[in-house]
Design a protein around this ligand. Sequence first.
Ligand SMILES: NC(=O)C1=CN([C@@H]2O[C@H](COP(=O)(O)OP(=O)(O)OC[C@H]3O[C@@H](n4cnc5c(N)ncnc54)[C@H](OP(=O)(O)O)[C@@H]3O)[C@@H](O)[C@H]2O)C=CC1
Ligand SMILES: CC(C)(CO)C(=O)C(=O)O
Length: 305
Amino acid sequence: MKIAVLGAGGVGGYFGGRLAAAGHEVTFVARGEHLAAMRRDGLVVESVAGDFTVDQVKATADTEEVGEVDYVLLGVKTWQLEPAIASLKPLIGPDTAVVTTQNGVEAPHQVAAAIGSTAVLPGAVEVIAFLDGPGRVRQIGGGGKLTFAEWDNRSTARVERLRDALQGSGLIASVATDIWAALWSKFLALGSVGAIATLANAPYGVLRTRPGTRQLILDSMAEIQQVAKASGIKLPTDAVDTTVAFLDSLPEAGTTSLQRDINAGRPSELEAWTGAVVRIGRQTGTPTPLNTVLYELASTRSQIG
Ligand SMILES: NC(=O)C1=CN([C@@H]2O[C@H](COP(=O)(O)OP(=O)(O)OC[C@H]3O[C@@H](n4cnc5c(N)ncnc54)[C@H](OP(=O)(O)O)[C@@H]3O)[C@@H](O)[C@H]2O)C=CC1
Ligand SMILES: CC(C)(CO)C(=O)C(=O)O
């Protein structure tokens, strides 16, 4: 099985690293010092599920050098998608599947606009992993699960092969019966808590126990539910309860990646989180007054650093 990991950061490095360690032919498309370090020293993975090093890493900055593969694991951040998508073409053969891992609900559509929806397996990742220096990935929790499916949720050989490869590599793989409901269910959590956590600059333990901020999270989720409905998404009836239980289960001192990025003055995924709630709300004629305020204030905050 030939796999290209385009964007070898927390997600790409961890999932790609485990697939490579299990013997699959994985090529990492990376750049800068990270690429140099992987070529020189291999990919070092520190993980709560067991540390390992992938020696003799196949890594390049150029997708032309990789050629056609069976699967592309797209591991870039949402704001890095455009150039990454533009570099996909040399990797794509007649049955190549590009697996998206980005938070939010728009990445599969952005990729499909360039290469067609039949080449895309929309995916959602559960892990807490990050680059801990060039050539080094750290996974500190979150399991290591990829939920994915064909665009139309049909069962195919390539979906089963990928599931088996992930499971055989010490990862958790779940083929969704409705991948869009799965992506939007996760979006209920991101879209609601991300901007609120950023503006309050508070961890989960505070946000969920303070009645006012807890209610804001619930009100934001209610808007996202309406946007999902207007987009034709059939969320499970217990989607909000499940999401609230998930947020309640996160560590008290935990923070969202959105607030960490904005606090550090880095580019953030705000456009793909609350920005997308507002944008898709507008496209579907669904009012999102709370998320509109959250988006404007969080955008202003990220602009001033
Ligand atoms: N990390 C996590 O625990 C989780 C992340 N996600 C989602 O997964 C996605 C990826 O996140 P994450 O892994 O944290 O991101 P990272 O920033 O850790 O990794 C992205 C990597 O892609 C590289 N990259 C970007 N564009 C290109 C390109 N054109 N060619 C080659 N390399 C490129 C970046 O390099 P450079 O640094 O040079 O830009 C970086 O190494 C996000 O949408 C995130 O929301 C979802 C669940 C959990
Ligand atoms: C679900 C959530 C919000 C948990 O922190 C997340 O995935 C993130 O912060 O990126």
